[in-house]
Write a protein that binds this ligand. Structure first.
Ligand SMILES: [Zn+2]
Length: 398
């Protein structure tokens, strides 16, 4: 396995990272410019730049225009410096995004078939699938600098352990992924990865405090506070889905009763739709329920797009419940923006109005006036793009 530190033989790590970061922000530098920026000698900079050129990070961009005297060579980021791959892992599929050094998305695909299981074989299969899809998309895996992988549940990005999947006492999941992908891997909680993707997409218009709610089958939250992802002590922050807010006597998948997720998530929408159909309310999904077939969340979201009134009423109820929680979060955090993302955000037309009404009604006006509530900009791509951008950030800033 090649890591960035191996790439540079463990020497000049800080200087090399600084030079790459400088070249990401500006078009090019002469050796004299870089020596000045890093406050070091030209021979030392010359040696480091030579190594970075050999490793493919930098390129000689030609001679500087000058009216007189010797024209120095200009060095800048190699347009073919490589890629970062983000993988968003769900129970029933993968999303894969590839970004380049400047952060442009060069490839994205969604719903790649894969079934997440709690064993090492499943990791091996996932890595093989990712590499195969990259090959198909003509991405040279030799040029991938690092991978970022989002997983649901509790993840400690520093130790590389997931506490929900592939629980192994011997080695963290990150190490297994690195073994099978052959490159440095960073692991992340899915909601945190999505929050970072949205934040980097510019949705917050330069603001530095955003709360991102991932309304999928469950409910999670990622927070960017003062421009940085907020993790808490062990990386487990943002478990808003298990906030004991509701008096609905519903048992949550965590085993407790009345968690927010039991009223404001995909599983809540699923339960509400089934209950209404079973009580005789008409719906285009009624046949599926009667025939005893499994009613999927995607089928419900499709029914909403087809203007099924029963399904719409249910997602409105979910929006109102979620709004109650958002009102509380706004009172606590006073954020610039609250971004509503995840699978249910495809139905933003029906989800957002009751959510905003609840926020207006229940949050403190003075605090609420500071906050903009928006639907996700990146949609289903948020997680994978966020994971790839985090992989780059960790490589260049660790
Ligand atoms: Zn719970």
């Amino acid at each position: 396995m090649t890591t960035f530190l191996d790439d540079i033989n463990g020497r000049y790590a800080t200087e090399e990272r600084t030079i790459i970061n400088l070249c990401l922000k500006n078009t090019g530098f002469s050796l004299a410019d870089l020596a000045k920026e890093l406050d070091t000698s030209i021979p030392k900079i010359s040696r480091i730049v030579g190594e970075l050129v050999d490793m493919g990070y930098l390129a000689d961009l030609g001679k500087q225009e000058s009216s007189a005297g010797r024209r120095p060579s200009i060095y800048g980021l190699n347009p073919a410096a490589g890629y970062f791959v983000g993988v968003d892992v769900r129970q029933d599929g993968l999303s894969i995004a590839v970004t380049d050094f400047p952060g442009r998305v060069v490839h994205f695909e969604h719903d790649v078939p894969y079934r997440l299981q709690n064993n090492e074989e499943s990791i091996r299969e996932m890595c093989a699938t990712v590499k195969e899809r990259l090959k198909k998309a003509r991405i040279d895996t030799g040029k991938v600098r690092s991978y970022g992988v989002n997983l649901t549940g509790r993840v400690n990005h520093e130790t590389g352990y997931s506490y929900s999947y592939f629980i192994s006492e011997e080695k963290p999941i990150r190490n297994l992924l690195e073994e099978y992908l052959g490159k440095t891997v960073s692991v992340e909680n899915d909601s945190h990865g999505m929050a970072y993707g949205e934040y980097m997409s510019g949705i917050a218009d330069g603001a530095s405090n955003i709360l991102f709610l991932n309304v999928g089958w469950g409910l999670g939250m990622g927070m960017v506070l003062d421009g940085k992802l907020f993790y808490g002590k062990s990386g487990f922050s943002g478990e808003v889905g298990h906030f004991p807010l509701l008096d609905n006597h519903q048992i949550c998948r965590c085993g407790k009763i009345g968690c927010l997720e039991t009223g404001a998530s995909g599983q809540a929408l699923h339960r509400l739709v089934k209950e209404r159909i079973e009580s005789g309310q008409p719906s285009i999904l009624a046949d599926t329920c009667k025939k005893g077939k499994e009613l999927s969340l995607n089928a419900i979201l499709d029914a909403i797009q087809k203007e099924d009134v029963t399904a719409i009423e249910c997602i409105e109820e979910v929006g109102a419940t979620l709004g109650r929680a958002v009102a509380g979060l706004i009172n606590i955090f006073n954020p610039d923006s609250v971004i509503i993302g995840g699978r249910l955000s495809v139905a933003e037309r029906y989800l957002m109005p009751p959510l905003k009404i609840a926020v207006n009604k229940l949050s403190l006006n003075l605090v609420n006036n500071d906050t903009v509530i928006k639907a996700s900009r990146l949609g289903k791509a948020a997680g994978a793009i966020g994971a790839s951008l985090l992989a780059k950030s960790r490589m260049l800033n660790s």
